[in-house]
Write a protein that binds this ligand. Sequence first.
Ligand code: ZN
Length: 242
Amino acid sequence: MSIREHIACLEELSALDQEIRVIEETLAQERGTLTELKKELERLDASIAADAASIAEMAKTRGELSLEVRQLSAQVERSREKLSRARNEREQNAATRELEELRRIQKDREEEIGKLQVLETQAAKSREDAEAARTDLLGKLASSEGQTTSRIVEVEGQLAKKLEARKVLIKSLPRNILSRYDMIRQRRGTALALTHDGTCLACHMQVPPQLFQKVLRNEALETCPSCQRILYYKPAPKADET
Ligand SMILES: [Zn+2]
């Protein structure tokens, strides 16, 4: 195989690699969309579960506090009776103090119940919002998942075909040229650099004249001194061709 044929093969390979890159990007994007939607669904599920757990916890505490308030009411009743039966000032004062203390505790508990009710309402609202968002998202997933999945399968098919074509194509390239090409491509994105007139069209730097003469003769695969890509020559398209 001549250098000219190697270059033709490399050009074909480079075009194919660009197509493969575009397909891989499309694939990543399609997969990413689904992954994002599913992640959002998981987040909403977790938020709904957390709200439900905290609502249950608060309701339980509120139940316990209500029970305590009822017990305190009974104690207040008993304390009042005690006060009415007080036989002297000392007993009266003691009963009054007890009554005041019980009423203070009762008021505290009632305030706690009130605060919990506010928090429970907030949590219920947050859960309701998350549930509405979840319903929305499920609808979105239902309408797009099938479509996206079939598109992914289709794009995966395209990719497999291109990779197969690449396998066939690289068989006609010497191993050292292919590994040089692959190494540069990994580093630079593309591995080939065309020149018409001594300017590297990949990095737009001027190639030294001596090197350009060598490239013109197509005796060996040269490298652009600036961007390290494989440099090759083709005459510029004529004005009426562009
Ligand atoms: Zn260059």
